[in-house]
Design a protein around this ligand. Structure first.
Ligand code: SAM
Ligand code: SF4
Ligand code: SF4
Length: 323
């Protein structure tokens, strides 16, 4: 029999559906489609979860080829409660990274003021989940994706709801163009992490990638978060996605690393753009030698500067080791 830990624990809110996992091009079983979301109830959710769990045990589609499907151990049982929630129910953003997946929804539109999701509100659903005891309050981890949380009207009320009802950790992901005092508060209480993609070390390249001129604001905000945590090791991760012909060179990587040291960021990661990574994973192309050299350089600079290199996910690990 098969088992998927991600399915057993996870609930993912996407713009057009609510589903059981958030990996592998979003293959996992769908609980509710767009037209059903307004009327969902927790009993239906639980019944569907039981049904999908059985399908997964039997290795049925859509999961049958998934990397995360494993042989089931005796102690691995069905869980009614979720302990991992991905919030991805909105796509609007105050930034325009050209590589970002949300562009297919928003056609590159940049939103400057906070507004509701164009799809549905997640706050009432989370309230129901707590009420029906479908959330493991001691273990719950919440991941904010988006879009950007800084222009989501529900953002602050959601964080307050989690803080009031029980949450172990919130992983915030933001472009950090706008400073969020509630993130500062959570970082200070060690109940949060913050991540972002900076992808560069200077204003010019930032503008080319992000299509807004906000490099200086972002750096100021990052410094402010680092200072507020009063930690030599703040739980803030800054990512660098290698982008062909834009930042895939030694000079920009060196600038990025120097900037991180100056700001006091101690955790960084180097990532491949998703579509590029998928082509390598599917053996359609090989990781270029120039990229191998840049990856080595990045590792070396991290070591030299005592920066923690955050491990890429399992798929990235696989790609790097296979090449
Ligand atoms: C979709 S954004 C949402 C949160 C927030 N706006 C941000 O930028 O961190 C979450 C993360 O997805 C990653 N991302 C988006 N599109 C990507 C792509 N095509 N390839 C690799 N990573 C991508 C970026 O690293 C980004 O930090
Ligand atoms: S087996 Fe894969 S696709 Fe299916 S729920 Fe688990 S992680 Fe998602
Ligand atoms: S800041 Fe985040 S959501 Fe906005 S465009 Fe960039 S990656 Fe996408």
């Amino acid at each position: 029999m098969k088992f998927c830990e991600k399915f057993n624990n996870t609930l993912t809110f996407f713009p057009n559906h609510i589903r059981g996992c958030c990996v592998m091009e979003n293959l996992g079983p769908i609980y509710f489609h767009a037209n059903e979301i307004k009327n969902i109830n927790c009993k239906d959710l639980l019944n569907k979860k039981k049904e999908f769990f059985k399908n997964i045990e039997n290795g049925n589609p859509p999961c049958s080829n998934c990397y995360y499907l494993k042989e089931k151990n005796e102690e691995e049982n069905f869980s009614e409660q979720f302990n991992l929630i991905y919030l991805n129910n909105w796509v609007h953003c105050n930034c325009g990274c050209f590589y970002c997946g949300r562009m297919i929804y928003s056609r590159g539109k940049i939103t400057e003021k906070a507004k509701k999701s164009d799809y549905y509100d997640v706050l009432p659903i989370i309230k129901e989940l707590y009420k029906n005891n479908l959330i493991n309050r001691d273990e719950l981890r919440v991941v904010f994706h988006g879009g950007d949380l800084s222009v989501l009207k529900e953002f602050k009320p959601l964080v307050e709801l989690f803080m009031k009802n029980g949450v172990k950790k919130i992983d915030f992901s933001s472009n950090n163009i706008i400073y969020q005092p509630i993130i500062e508060k959570m970082l200070k209480s060690n109940k949060a992490s913050l991540s972002m993609s900076l992808d560069c070390g200077c204003r010019e390249i930032y503008k080319r990638i992000k299509r807004v001129d906000k490099f200086n604001d972002v750096i100021k905000n990052l410094k402010k978060y680092v200072k507020a945590t009063k930690s030599k090791n703040p739980d803030i991760l800054v990512k660098y996605i290698l982008l062909k012909g834009i930042n895939d060179n030694e000079e920009e990587i060196r600038k990025f690393i120097n900037l991180m040291v100056e700001i006091g960021i101690t955790k960084v990661s180097l990532n491949l753009e998703h579509k590029f990574a998928a082509q390598i994973y599917e053996n359609k192309i090989l990781l270029p030698d120039t990229y191998k050299k840049l990856i080595e350089l990045f590792y070396e600079l991290c070591k030299e500067n005592n920066l923690y290199f955050d491990n890429p996910d399992e798929i990235m690990n696989y790609i790097m080791n296979k090449n």
